[in-house]
Design a protein around this ligand. Structure first.
Ligand code: BG6
Length: 508
């Protein structure tokens, strides 16, 4: 964090209204991140956390519930009691049923009580609620007069925003009826990840990459976000989402845009977001009648993860025994512009895959002429730049080198940069970074409405086709594998392959 920025942010009195404070998101992610900021001295000096929910709670019971969340999920392993007590002094509770329009004036009173007469106080409304509540909550907050002060009021919402293009537009219209775009902070937590932000540094702070970052040198790009986890306790949500909505529409599209975007004129929020939008505008639409050429889906069956037998998706809690929800999705995208013409981007993500790895692999074209001496053994690999997002964040340049000795033989070798070796300081959690930016009023790391709209529009043919054509082969990949055959076909039809992501942990 920039010191001057931190100083300015810490001077702003803040009321942080956490709607849905009794829920999972607040408990696991939002409050533990706020607590970490408190520990680092990065919360404003005058700060109040007003938890809002419809449960019968008081500030003490709420603090107890939040303490449990911080103990289990905060980045700091041992929770310091003194620091916690200081933090808990800032916690208040208001019992409000957000589905009742008549309840909002009481919320307005609670906010006014914390805000006092200081009209420089900023009020942040974090909707840690299901997206179905966003429109009603915005209308209620608006009618209670809580959103009028545009300069000092922000609303934070989480993906997924909508279920398809139409529902996204309906929610967005309802939000825009009460709020200006500049007040809306839409979280995609991937944008808060240190390694994702580092892609901007890598591309635009090093002169060596930009000249080769195009169709002349790059053959194709693969983006893999693989999880070994299943749906855990989230079957109810996931049944209606699936991998395409849960991951591709948001997280993977953000990664895709960061790889493909043109250099921005500055890192100011809209300059960056404009360049991402240029990518979305140039993506070739997926034809309605050829979806299977561009997208593949899968659902996991039973299998083995790290030596433990795990159940099939259809046997998970909250999941229908005949579910056709996809737990794996892959898409192929083309960008019709000068930089990327003819360079396909292959994106894939899935649950219960072989390893928990996320990486972006930039695959370079082969050398135009192999001039090695006669008799060279060439155990070589495609030259690649691999940006490792998880685990062991960093990057590898995968090269071919000469084997030492009299013969001229080639073998693969990696040049490796690892965050944990280069910096001794721990990497902040994505939510810490994002909440800090909300408090500081910098929207750079948040999604703008037009980009979300464009992502839904791009994927709409896939959603529609998958809805029309019930998959007959589910489950079609075993837990602990790299996903369904269909995903292999998507890339192998083009004479390419995914290549196994870099993994230094134990074998499954
Ligand atoms: C969330 C998805 O947005 O991202 C989850 O809803 C997924 O299904 C998670 O597990 C992955 O995030 P991370 O930070 O653990 O890679």
């Amino acid at each position: 964090m920039d010191n001057a920025f931190q100083q300015a942010a810490s001077e702003r009195p803040t009321v942080f209204v956490l709607l849905g404070v009794a829920g999972d998101l607040a408990h696991r992610l939002v409050v533990p991140a706020l607590f970490e900021l408190h520990r680092q001295g990065a919360l404003p000096k005058r700060f109040a956390l007003l938890g809002v929910d419809r449960d019968e709670l008081d500030a003490v019971a709420l603090a107890q519930h939040l303490h449990d969340g911080c103990r289990r999920f905060a980045r700091t392993v041992a929770l310091d009691d003194a620091q916690w007590r200081q933090f808990a002094e800032h916690v208040r509770y208001a019992r409000v049923d957000l589905s009742q329009p008549s309840a909002y004036p009481a919320l307005a009173d609670a906010v006014a009580g914390l805000r006092g007469d200081d009209d420089t106080t900023q009020c942040i409304y974090y909707l840690a609620t299901p997206p179905s509540v966003f429109a009603a909550a915005a209308a209620g907050l608006g009618a209670a007069g809580l959103l009028h002060d545009r300069a000092h009021t922000r609303v934070v919402i989480e993906k997924p925003i909508g279920n398809d293009l139409d529902s996204f537009r309906t929610i967005d219209r309802a939000l825009k009826a009460e709020l200006d775009e500049s007040q809306l902070y839409r979280i995609d937590h991937f944008l808060g990840k240190e390694t994702v932000q580092n892609m901007l540094a890598l591309r635009f702070a090093n002169p060596i990459f930009e000249p080769i970052w195009d169709r002349r040198y790059i053959d194709h790009v693969t983006i893999t976000v693989a999880e070994t986890l299943g749906v855990e306790h989230r079957g109810g949500y996931y049944e209606h989402a699936g991998a395409l909505r849960d991951m591709v529409q948001n997280h993977l599209m953000q990664l895709f845009c960061l790889v493909a975007m043109e250099p921005p004129a500055s890192f100011a929020a809209d300059r960056l977001r404009d360049r991402k939008m240029d990518v979305m505008r140039a993506v070739r639409p997926i034809p309605d009648d050829a979806v299977s050429q561009y997208a593949a889906r899968g659902q996991y069956g039973a299998g083995w993860i790290e030596g433990t037998r795990v159940a099939a998706y259809r046997d998970e809690d909250g999941v229908d025994a005949d579910s056709v929800t996809e737990t794996f999705a892959a898409v192929k995208l083309h960008i019709d512009n000068w930089r990327w013409q003819g360079v396909p981007f292959y994106l894939r993500t899935g649950k219960r895959l072989a390893h928990p790895v996320s990486e972006i692999s930039i695959r370079f074209r082969p050398v135009p002429h192999q001039a090695y001496p006669y008799g060279t053994t060439a155990d070589h690999q495609p030259v690649r730049l691999v940006l490792r997002l998880k685990p062991d964040e960093g990057m590898d340049l995968k090269l071919n080198v000469k084997v030492p000795g009299a013969h001229f033989d080639l073998t693969p070798a990696d040049m490796r940069f690892s965050y944990k070796d280069a910096f001794r300081t721990p990497v902040p959690a994505a939510y810490e970074t994002l909440l800090y930016e909300v408090l500081a009023g910098d929207p750079t790391l948040f999604m703008r409405a037009d980009q979300i709209d464009a992502a839904w529009e791009l994927l709409q043919p896939v959603l529609a086709s998958w809805l029309r054509h019930r998959p007959v082969d589910f489950p079609n990949y075993a837990a602990g594998s790299w996903g369904p055959e269909a995903a292999e076909g998507l890339i192998s039809r083009d004479g390419r392959s995914w290549l196994t992501p870099t993994w230094n942990g134990p074998d499954p």
